[in-house]
Design a protein around this ligand. Structure first.
Ligand SMILES: C[S@@+](CC[C@H](N)C(=O)[O-])C[C@H]1O[C@@H](n2cnc3c(N)ncnc32)[C@H](O)[C@@H]1O
Length: 351
């Protein structure tokens, strides 16, 4: 097997160990030995035989395989795996033996996972986006029309249906949203946090993705869950609860590329039209990014005080070292850094 794949597997194993996932780190140690020795996992990485280490890493080859096994553990198809995976057990040797067997018994499913980039929907990002929506509501005093780009299953489009517990050193613990919601999101806000007071009314809510996840389909919901590492029990629980909210609210994500789909988000009188996204830009080729920005500029140029247009985004900074929440609000069109944020919404440090 190519050094690039082994380098990517080792990099991921170190990442899992560092991020508090020793079970996955242990599984990957066994995958690395198996692949290096030409075992059955080596064939699964054949499409990356000539890839660069960067390509093998950004394609997340290791996480594709782990997600396939996790999917089997979460489904009722592989009781043997389920018994040995967290949260039910922490049996790396037993899980590895069952996972090797599954390579033969579930070959088709595993190859399908190897051919698909990992696709997540991290619902606690809403705890950062919330501050941006509140700012837009406060600044415009208008109801919102929300258009989400790269929405995956569309869970963050339901940001106003969740309950937030905002730990803030200055304000004391604050709350926002629906206390009855099955989804409670805890986040730590520091610095000049936005006011939680503005009234928010949503007139329209739509979402798109290049490859939408239809969580009304049990298999799609399970696939989404399988990308959450099995040791991350809180994340799994949050995602399950958000899926339940999404199913009852009938959210539907439309298939579309950002630069084409966003054209319809033209500003209208009496509402603030918001295009927003989280952790999407890095997946767009440069030409698609440029075309998307052009669409935003065109909407911005058409905006007025009574028909404002907002671009809210939670993305890595230029150096890809920290994550930022930024807002551009037209007609003024000034680009503002609202906060430095945790990529999964654990905290936001407001400017
Ligand atoms: C890392 S996921 C983030 C999903 C979601 N925004 C979140 O924060 O949980 C990136 C998503 O962007 C989508 N995507 C990538 N390029 C896109 C494009 N050009 N147009 C629309 N969606 C795109 C992918 O299909 C994927 O679902």
């Amino acid at each position: 097997m190519s050094d690039a794949v082994l380098t990517a597997l080792e990099w991921q194993a170190r990442g899992c160990a560092r991020l508090g996932a020793p079970f996955y780190a242990g599984m990957l140690a066994r995958v690395i030995a198996d692949t290096a020795g030409g075992g059955p996992t080596a064939q699964l990485f054949a499409p990356w035989a000539d890839a660069s280490p960067e390509k093998a890493q950004t394609d997340a080859v290791a996480l594709r395989l782990l997600a396939a096994w996790n999917y089997l553990a979460l489904s009722s198809d592989a009781a043997d795996l389920a018994k040995r995976f967290p949260p039910r057990a922490f049996d790396v040797d037993g899980a590895w033996a069952a996972a090797r067997t599954a390579l033969a018994t579930h070959d088709g499913l595993i190859r399908r996972f190897m051919a698909h980039e990992p696709q997540t929907n991290e619902v606690r990002r809403s705890a950062c986006l919330l501050g941006g929506f509140l700012r837009i509501a406060q600044d415009t005093k208008l109801p919102l029309r929300c258009f989400e780009i790269g929405a995956s299953a569309g869970l963050n489009s339901l940001w106003d249906r969740f309950h937030y517990r905002i730990g803030d050193a200055a304000l004391g613990d604050a709350e926002w949203g629906d206390v009855e919601s099955p989804v409670t999101l805890d986040s730590r806000w520091e610095g000049a946090a936005p006011s939680l007071e503005p009234q928010v009314r949503i007139l329209e809510r739509r979402a798109c993705d290049r490859r939408p996840v239809d969580i009304r389909e049990p298999d799609e919901a399970l696939r989404l869950l399988s990308y959450v590492w099995p040791e991350q029990i809180e994340r799994q629980a949050r995602l399950r609860a958000a899926i339940a909210v999404a199913r009852s609210s009938g959210v539907a994500v439309e298939a579309g590329d950002a630069s084409v789909w966003a054209r319809q988000a033209t500003p209208v009188q009496g509402a603030a039209t918001v295009v927003f996204h989280s952790i999407v830009m890095q997946y767009m080729p440069a030409a698609e990014q440029a075309a998307f920005r052009q669409v935003l500029e065109t909407h911005g140029a058409a905006a007025t005080r009574q028909a404002p247009f907002a671009w809210l985004r939670m993305e890595p900074d230029k150096a890809a070292t920290t994550f930022e929440l930024r807002l551009t609000l037209w007609p003024d069109g000034a680009d503002q850094l609202l906060a430095e944020v945790h990529p999964h919404g654990e905290f936001a440090v407001w400017r």
